[in-house]
Structures are given as C-alpha cells and as structure tokens.
Design a protein around this ligand. Structure first.
Ligand SMILES: [Zn+2]
Length: 264
C-alpha cells in the first residue's frame, strides 16, 4: 500500500484531552511528512537512555492496519472523542461499554450487539472500537451486512457452486469483525444460511464479532419485523451466546442536522 495514500491517525484512539476530535494527528510542519523526532530514520535518540523505535513507525503500522480494516470513507472521522450522541443515558452507557471493550480486548468474554433506531451513533461506536484495536496491533475488519452478502454473491461460481474463499476468509479470520446493519438485506434462505455460516464459524473459532442492527428483538408492532425474522432463528440464537446486547435509543442525529434545511 503506497505510504502517501495513508491517513495518519493518532496513536491514542481512546480519548485524552489533548487529542484532535477526529483522532488524526497534526504534523509539526504543515505539508511535511518527515518526522521531527527521527527525521525519517525510524530511530529516536532519548537523552541518557539510548535509541528506541520512533513513534512514527508504530503510527505507520497502525495506519496500514486501519486501511486493511476497510472502514468506509464516510465513517473515517468517527472516533470515541467525536461521539456526541450522549443526550440520553443509553448512549452514555453504550459509549462507556464500548470504550471498556476496546481497552480490555482480548481479555473479554463477549462480542457486542448494538441495537437501536437509525441515527443514534451505533456505527460511530463500532468504528471507534476498530481504531483503538488496530492501534494496539489487532487486525480488524468492517463490513456492511448488505455489501458483504453482495460480494459473496458476486463471487459465486455456478460451476463449482462455491463462492470465492478470498472474500470469506478475512471475514472468518479477522480478530474482530464488525458487521454493520445486520438484517438490512432481504432475508432469503441463502442470506440466512450464509449469515449462520459466518456467525457460527467465528463462534467456533472463539473470535469476537460486533454487530449493529436497527431491528429489535421484540416485535414493535403488528406486521413489523424483528431481528430474528431478518437473519433467522439459528443465527440470532447463536448471537445470544456470543454477544452482550447494548440497546441505544435517542433522536436521529442526521434528522436534527438536516431539519432546518428540509423545512425550507
Ligand atoms: Zn519518527
């Protein structure tokens, strides 16, 4: 991956006061990519202590891991620091639990299922977790549920009746997988079987998965769908064993943002 295409991210993905809100670092000399600590040598001399590997090299390694995590561009700036959906208790609790997961991993017992309506910041929290974990050296992967299914479907070879393993293998093997918008694709038998395969394989390999979904467990009204309707009983039941469910509620931040414009 060419170095100049990488976005340099701060090496403190769990917030401190001094961080930039979006988690990026500010280069000492604008327009310059040369590290002011090691001048590009990769080794930093610490007075009285000798030489050590410069922080910029760790930062580069982190940036590569982050690029491999495939976070969509529109979520690139998401960071625990910039999570502003804390208008109600459920959002404060969710933020706290996600930071806790990011700090404690891999010493955790469960993955996470974030449920709640559109626009309460579920994806923002999952991307923030990925930033923290990739910084600590753990390979992560982000997929929107619909895009993953589409990629698997597109790679399907009718002659061998299999999908290309190149798509599935990183999904099954990533230390931590984020599956965003679970249940968003039309629930056919193929969708349910494929999802069960992914979820169950990761469960058997003791890998942690973080899901978000807009679909609730309890039917909100007659004729409305639940998560189980969308992904199947087997997958939902497996997820109960794999994940801690965190319920979010609150206003859609996008609606707040767009309100005045839409009313014009
Ligand atoms: Zn350096």
């Amino acid at each position: 991956m060419p170095k100049e295409k990488l976005i340099k991210h701060n090496l403190r993905a769990v917030p401190t006061e001094a961080d930039q809100p979006d988690g990026r670092i500010v280069l000492d000399q604008p327009g310059s990519d040369v590290c002011t600590k090691c001048y590009g040598s990769g080794m930093e001399v610490v007075a009285g202590k000798g030489a050590r590997i410069c922080e910029c090299r760790q930062r580069d390694a982190h940036s590569i891991r982050l690029a491999k995590a495939r976070i969509p561009k529109r979520y690139e700036k998401c960071h625990f620091n910039s999570y502003q959906n804390t208008s109600n208790e459920s959002q404060k609790v969710a933020l706290k639990l996600c930071i806790e997961f990011a700090n404690k991993y891999p010493a955790v017992d469960h993955g996470i299922l974030l449920t709640g309506p559109v626009g309460v910041g579920k994806t923002h929290l999952t991307v923030s977790i990925i930033k923290s974990l990739t910084e600590r050296g753990f390979p992560c992967l982000f997929y929107e549920f619909g895009s993953l299914l589409k990629e698997i479907q597109d790679s399907y070879n009718p002659n061998t009746r299999t999908s290309e393993s190149g798509i599935l293998s990183p999904v099954l093997n990533a230390d931590v997988l984020v599956l965003d918008e679970l249940g968003s694709a039309k629930p056919t038998d193929w969708v349910r079987d494929t999802m069960y395969h992914v979820i169950n394989s990761r469960y058997n390999d003791r890998k942690f998965t973080i899901f978000t979904t807009n679909y609730p467990d309890e039917r909100p009204a007659e004729g409305r769908e639940t998560l189980e309707d969308r992904i199947g009983v087997r997958a939902r039941s497996r997820m109960f064993e794999m994940c801690r469910t965190i319920r979010l509620d609150g206003d859609d931040y996008r609606r707040n943002f767009d309100g005045p414009r839409l009313r014009r």
